[in-house]
Design a binder for this molecule. Sequence first.
Ligand SMILES: [Zn+2]
Length: 863
Amino acid sequence: MPGKNLSREEARDRAAIIRVERYRVHLDVSAAADADRSTFRSTTRVSFACDAPGAASFADLLAPEVVSVELNGTALDPAEVFDGARVALPGLAAHNELTVVAECAYSRTGEGLHRFVDPADGETYLYTHYEPADARRVFANFEQPDLKAPFAFTVTAPAAWDVYANAVAERVVEEGAVRTWEFAPTQPISTYLTAVVAGPYHVVRDHYRRELADGGVLEIPLAATCRRSLAPYFDADRILDVTKRGLDFFHEAFDYPYPFGKYDSCFVPEYNIGAMENPGCVTFNEEYVYRSKVTEASYESRANVILHEMAHMWFGDLVTMKWWDDLWLKESFADFMGTFAQLEATDFQDGWITFANQRKAWAYRQDQFPTTHPITADIRDLEDAKLNFDGITYAKGAAVLKQLVAYVGRDAFFEGARRYFKKHAFGNTVLTDLLDALEETSGRDLRAWSAAWLQTSGVNTLTPEVARDAEGRITELAIRQDGAPLRPHRIAVGLYDLAPDGALLRTGRFELDVTGARTVVAEAAGRPAPALVLVNDDDLTYGKVRFDEHSLETLRTGLGSLADGPVADGLPAPSLARALAWSAVWNLTRDGLMPARDYLDLVRRFAGREANIGVLLSLHQQAGLALAVYTDPARRAEEAAALAECALHELAAAAPGSDHQLAWARFLAELATRADHLQLLRGLLDGTGRIDGLAVDQELRWSFWLALAANGAATVEELAAELAEDNTAGGRRQHTRCLAALPTPAAKAESWSAVVDSDALPNALVEARIAGFNRAGQRELTAPYAGPYFELLERVWAERSIEIAMRIVGGLFPRFQTVPETLATTDAWLERHPDAAPALRRLVLECRDDLARALRAQECDAR
Ligand SMILES: [Zn+2]
């Protein structure tokens, strides 16, 4: 569609002449519950100035029908000025009034105004999600972050509904079966940050109060909402508790009063992402409302997300990037601040372990793709922007900010942030604006730092080189840095030795700057050579860590004993050092430098001793991946059997009712293929079997059913019966996944067709179909789809919304066909399609890279 993919140049040109004064938007969703109505009436009135009178410009709008367009009192013919994506605005005056009336479409893909009908009670729920550029699916606007304006929303909805938007409702007028909600104008914000949530949502209200330094009092009304049928599971008190703690923390840290009045946290269905920082109206994925027992890792991750979104109220909402090149300005900060605030303000004190273990793994993976990019990216257009919500923009950026805090100091960092907010409040910024503020407060020149860390791509590798003398003393300890470009790293090097109780404890630590290709740790010379040298101890920098031969041998026998302190009850406490060691051996495996069988052996021997539940869950996920794609195919069955045995053993050994017990139960379900393991799961389902302390609740039931379905040990009738017992949004998703996982050609064909031949499925069920279809254990069944996959890529990219297209391209890639032929087919497609959309090519290139990596790892494992 012409004009759908707004370019940076077009945005720049438009911002050069247009200043938006205000929007007034009316949405009529009073007939939303009528499934036959696919659209709603949207009326936008926008007042804006044009600095070049007589010039032409355009507004953005993605709508099936434009009813009328009026510019400065003159009616324009929609057939002439609307092309499906833009409304042409000819002959602008110095001051302009534009009114656009359109029929906009309810979304089933999570982009724009999403409509969801709850299977549990038939109620209809709506919410919006726009980032980066889907507000134009709901109302006509200038869809770019630097054209900020106050928005006044009016929403007409069924009388029984509540409506939430960025600001408070000033007036609610009831007329028969409908109520019209008039919301106060917002502060000046970007289009992508506006939000409307409407439906018979369950709500819990609270408030936050704070005395300000100037003697004033800040009152923030709080609300937390979810669908009615989820209300029994809604632990709003915990959510609001974290919210209040966060507000305390950010007010202290940023010294700028929360600028958006009230603070709603709306948990919404079929959400494409974790959460979105709409000012005053944060939307969260309702998967964060837990229907069944989850581990503490889930509560930690939810707290982290709440704080991440809250950090955006300042970084992102109050001060916003000019264009998507500087997306990192908000996402890296929010990601870093989410974990920082988690440690400062909540009881989740293992935040940096989770960060090292999960966020950085995401960054390292992304940064080794051929498509990686500097943290400050080159974003040509909206399709580029859409793909840049990635491991670089979030996790690497956050890791680099952690390094920056070590570099300029915490006080200078926060003082810089405070000045930045005051100077740029309600405005837009680029990289240099932030550097200016930080240079002012730290007195350091950050241009070289920025050039090395923000404006280059790729990850460095840090390897210790230990020379010993005959008496076992260090003659020289050096750190070798590889990978281009070399960067300045502030790091700690830890020396570890075995304590009498068996723990592997730190006996020495050196902090130093590593700058060139080789840096000698002078103070280490003459010390007894340790059992283990851990480079980047304390996880100060961003880089892959390697070991010297001796240290690697130590880890093979003692990884599980690596500890920050003495061993209690035979088990070491959660440890950042151990998490770093796990991360390092995972990177060795991914890089084809450690055979997958060795990694799996470490997991089998030491995962059961891992006290941090988040680390354990990562180990499960990584071991699953190692088994699926990094193991020599000739030995895959043997490794799979050994890992399943391990899961069974650890499940039996785990403390009754513990998070670890639940994690091992889920892992066993994932690995179960043997008749006796499947029998065990069936027994737990029908109540003939029991494991002390293990509550087989609804979510766990579905993971057992998935195992049975995928192994041909469950019937369609049984799955339907389970759905009848759990006729909910979650149940429907799980049931769909089970059906797609059935090991028959017919089941695969049906799911394939449902996803690629029709756009009838909503986003959540597309995802469930794909997850059930593409399974490691069903390579033979899905092999026939490797060819057709490449034939449909361009069609899918052209016809489907970008969100769904991304899921199909990434999700259906034949990633379990880990044979050279798949690589050849992928390369042939890339060669024949040099002009395919760059964002599509990027996705395929990343899948190709994962596949090539898997083949290298398999080769390593076969040696
Ligand atoms: Zn964010």
